[in-house]
Design a protein around this ligand. Structure first.
Ligand code: CP
Length: 309
């Protein structure tokens, strides 16, 4: 580890190795202890200024990054494209360079275009953290998901994880598959064939079109939202039919011979991919995922800023 160059950006899980992910987890363990203490804050990044640039809607990721930055003592500036001069035709590089000229060190960016963070990293002089780029990657979501499995089940290695739903349009699925496999999990994707990329098997995942078969097999089910905003055609006859075949309900879970852990990256569409009683059940770790997001993002920002990743 000591002879290699350190990462300057977090653009995706692709590009990380298992040792780097374990370093992020161990650092997040320390930050989680801090967050659960009376103090909650450290001045570790007090000389660092971070801009959160969100060109696409977000609740969890935006709030989580902002809290993580403030808990680390960084100066924070928030930018939302809907109220900015992007609406007047300014390019991404011009927008970001104008913000950087105000002495910003790091940029956390969510953007609807796949590859937007890579593009930015090549063209501007700042550390870039990908907070979700189109259908490409959402690396901090995958890290917090794997961290939450490790916390709940003791380890990720050897665990069977099924990701259910709209795999075709999901950056969460792609980042999760890579992260879980690096950590030694066995990964399956499940959904209608129209929502599963045809070449997905090249990633070394199992594929199922039968939810009952998938949940019988797994230790963990990660339920994904149908991303209607990224669909320009109909991929299934109706939400009602999708829900009856792929929605996770208490009745389906009760028919299993074991208890499984239920996850969801949010936002939830209650009654579509997951029923309310399952989302709120003791098997669900959905809110623990959100809680862990702050510690994971603190770890990523701290390690990048200190050139320790
Ligand atoms: N999981 C996630 O990315 O949620 P937001 O879109 O609310 O940030």
């Amino acid at each position: 580890m000591s002879n290699r160059e350190h990462l300057n950006h977090l653009l995706g899980i692709k590009g990380l190795n298992e040792a780097q992910i374990q370093t992020i987890f161990e650092t997040a363990d320390t930050f989680k202890d801090l967050l659960n203490s009376q103090v909650k804050k450290t001045p570790a990044l007090r000389d660092v200024t971070i801009a959160n640039l969100f060109f696409e809607n977000s609740t969890r990721t935006r709030v989580s990054f902002e809290l993580a930055e403030k808990r680390l003592g960084a100066d924070v500036v928030n930018f939302s494209s809907s109220s900015s001069s992007v609406k007047k035709g300014e390019t991404l590089i011009d927008t970001v360079n104008n913000i950087l000229s105000m002495k910003v060190d790091m940029v956390v960016m969510r953007h609807p275009a796949p590859g937007a963070c890579q593009f930015l990293a090549r063209h501007v002089n700042a550390q870039i953290v990908n907070a979700g780029d189109g259908t490409h990657e959402h690396p901090t979501q995958a890290l917090l998901d794997a961290f939450s499995i490790r916390e709940k089940l003791g380890d990720v290695a050897g665990k069977k994880v099924v990701i259910v739903g709209d795999i075709l349009h999901s950056r969460v699925a792609i980042s999760n598959i890579q992260c879980l496999q690096l950590l030694g999990a066995d990964v399956m994707v499940c959904g209608p064939s129209t929502l599963i990329p045809r070449n997905i098997h090249t990633l070394g995942v199992r594929v199922s079109h039968n939810l009952m078969e998938a949940i019988e097999w797994c230790d963990v089910a990660n339920m994904l939202r149908i991303q209607l905003e990224r669909q320009d055609q109909r991929f299934f006859p109706s939400l009602r039919e999708y829900s009856s075949l792929y929605g996770l309900t208490a009745k389906k879970l009760a028919s299993l011979s074991k208890e499984i852990t239920i996850m969801h990256p949010g936002p939830i569409n209650r009654g579509v991919e997951i029923s309310s009683d399952v989302a709120d059940s003791h098997s669900s770790i959905i809110l623990q995922q959100v809680e862990n997001g702050v510690a994971i993002r603190m770890a990523v920002l701290f390690l990048l800023a200190q050139h320790k990743l």
